[in-house]
Design a protein around this ligand. Structure first.
Ligand code: M6R
Length: 613
């Protein structure tokens, strides 16, 4: 869940590392550090808290930077040990000659630590990572080769790791090695880069090598040699970097989150142009290998976490209706501990924006071992989860920097809608009229989303009136039950205001006890079979003096007096409504958090990809 970088070359090493870490901030921001190698030894700089603190440390200590030719860096999301300077990476061996940065978790660190302490190694941190330093250092002292020491050392570690490692006596190289955590090498003339993810090398290199699990790279200024852990040299293909540097700019928006919210109409337009071209043509899988016989699928399980889980909940509602196939939706972290009925006739769909979420990866791996067909829906086709895929469905949302997922959620919903309709056509499970209406509804979405976004100023005013409350409740029914959960999740994660989403019918079974004038209720109202019951629930809320905020696509003059505020979206078909109703809630959360001065793109305690179980 941390971000690591390495650089060897002629440019100002500290600046290159800091720049790389800046673009990996979405992976964690509890502490950071760099180690610079100037051939005489390492200079290590660390800071607690946000990366800006490390910039300050380095600015103040600039005179200490000699003439480094390589370096490694780290940005931390704390797992083992608090976010202190001692626990910040890089970590040094006891003789100060070996230094490393680590992303992942060493699961057997307690046993190793006990063993190493008995042998006289001294620990200076509470991290699991420090055991890796000493294990590799112990091997180095036996064999005298960094490459061999790393190869031997990592085989003693269980868990997940991506490491960048340097040794004072082999100053011409950085060793990169991975297992269950991402790592790439960026190639350039007379210099090479290592990073957890592509944003750290965007604009700096044109070609990258993806390291796979169990691969080790010896990276020097002019060469990259990749081998397996047995020492066999591997032929690795360098791939063109597929991202435009533009995507990591805020384009004038105050935050990435606001930029990403505003990108949604264009993303939907782009995806529809490929897959749902018009009302009469069949849905076009266009280059997506949907290697699934939809007539043979007996049951479907969708596994995901957080926002992606909410997308899965919407998909269950829609697909069971459209396809008539039972769909089970489960948090990946629960799926893995339960005897479930997944088997050969099952289709298991893993939804993960990052493709690096450990819970989802483990669950998908487990399902694959049981013989299920695996479809992965992800925004990162280069991510770890695709290893287990029979088919991969790319979201095409573009890189999402803000920790709070917005455009990727919309892209996940859209993916599930178009694939749902694709499956409908294979199974012939809806009438031609119904199918045509749904396609028409999808095609109208981008313009309707733009209409919602043009209402941002009004939503901002509502947000500024609501930010004084300590707690909010979100309610909805049907496909939008997930919209209520997602609206509440978005608010709490970036504003730290307590917000809970409920199926509106559940309110009377307990949560209604919370209602009074200090508990605003956001009611998500879609047209169709749930509308009348939603209005009754709103009446119940109003009777308890709670302020009601409607997010709705229904124009209903008679109901207007129920609501303190109405956040309208254009009229839309019931099943498609989650795609529109979610947007005002994204904006509401954004403006509430921003008006409270929160760090919207980097909420406390969170990270963009959660690579620990
Ligand atoms: O990358 P994934 O979609 O697997 O991530 C799952 C969750 O960690 C993620 O959706 C998280 O809940 C976001 N912070 C929500 O905004």
């Amino acid at each position: 869940m941390c971000g690591i970088v390495g650089y060897i070359g002629n440019n100002a090493v500290a600046d290159v590392l800091l720049d790389g870490l800046k673009s990996l901030e979405y992976r964690g921001y509890d502490s950071s550090g760099i180690a610079l190698n100037d051939n005489a030894g390492f200079d290590v700089f660390k800071a607690g808290g946000k990366l800006n603190n490390l910039f300050d440390v380095i600015r103040n200590d600039a005179q200490k930077i000699k003439n480094p030719t390589s370096g490694i860096g780290h940005i931390r999301w704390a797992t083992h040990g608090k976010a202190t300077i001692d626990n910040a990476h890089p970590h040094l061996s006891n003789d100060g000659k070996l230094v490393l940065v680590h992303n992942g978790i060493i699961e057997n660190y307690k046993e190793l630590k006990a063993e190493l302490e008995q042998e006289g190694f001294v620990f200076h941190s509470q991290t699991d990572t420090e055991t890796a330093v000493h294990v590799i250092d112990r091997e180095y002292k036996k064999c005298g080769s960094l490459e061999e020491a790393v190869r031997r050392g990592v085989q003693k570690l269980s868990g997940a790791f991506a490491f960048c490692i340097m040794h004072k006596d082999e100053a011409d190289k950085i060793i990169a090695v991975r297992k269950n955590a991402p790592l790439i090498i960026g190639l350039s003339k007379n210099e090479n880069y290592i990073a957890s993810d592509i944003p750290a090398v965007i604009g700096k290199v044109k070609k990258i090598i993806y390291l796979n699990d169990g691969e080790l790279a010896v990276v020097t200024r002019n060469s990259v040699v990749v081998s397996d852990l047995a020492g066999n040299i591997l032929e690795k293909k360098a791939e063109n970097i597929g991202f435009n540097p533009e995507i990591i700019s805020k384009h004038g928006y105050k935050h990435f989150m606001l930029k990403e919210i505003n990108e949604q109409p264009d993303i939907v337009r782009k995806v529809l142009a490929r897959h749902v071209k018009d009302v009469f043509s069949p849905v076009d899988a266009d280059g997506v290998n949907l290697n699934i016989d939809w007539n043979k699928v007996e049951n479907i399980s969708i596994i995901a976490c957080g926002t992606s889980l909410h997308a899965a909940m919407v998909a269950k509602y829609i697909w069971e209706d459209w396809l008539g196939i039972p769909v089970n939706v489960e948090a990946a972290s629960e799926y893995i501990y339960r005897k479930n009925t997944t088997g050969k006739g099952s289709l298991v769909i893993g939804i993960s924006q990052s493709g690096e979420t450990a819970d989802t990866i483990t669950a998908v791996k487990q399902a694959k071992e049981k013989g299920a067909k695996i479809l992965i829906v992800t925004n990162r086709e280069d991510s770890s989860i695709v290893r287990y895929a029979d088919s991969v469905l790319p979201l095409e949302a573009g890189i999402e920097i803000s920790v709070a997922a917005t455009k990727s959620y919309t892209a996940q919903l859209l993916a599930m809608y178009w694939v749902g309709l694709y499956a409908v056509e294979q199974r012939n499970s809806l009438s031609a009229k119904n199918l045509a209406d749904l396609k028409q509804g999808l095609l109208e979405l981008p313009a309707k989303m733009e209409e919602v976004l043009s209402n941002a100023e009004k939503i901002k005013q509502v947000a500024e009136n609501l930010n004084k409350y300590k707690s909010l409740i979100y309610i909805a029914r049907g496909a939008n039950q997930a919209s209520a959960l997602e609206g509440a999740l978005k608010l709490k994660e970036i504003s730290y205001i307590n917000a809970n989403g409920y199926a509106a019918g559940e309110l009377k079974h307990g949560p209604i006890a919370l209602l009074d004038e200090n508990m605003p209720v956001v009611a998500v109202l879609a047209p169709g079979i749930t509308y009348a019951k939603m209005l009754s629930n709103c009446e119940e809320v109003k009777a308890r003096n709670a302020k009601l905020i409607a997010v709705t696509s229904v124009k209903d003059k008679a109901a207007e007096s129920l609501f303190e505020y109405i956040l309208p979206v254009p009229e839309t078909e019931e099943h498609l409504s989650p795609l529109l109703l979610n947007i005002p809630m994204q904006l509401l959360a954004y403006y509430m958090a921003d008006s409270l001065g929160r760090e919207v793109d980097q909420p406390r305690n969170l990270a963009k990809s959660v690579t620990v179980e």
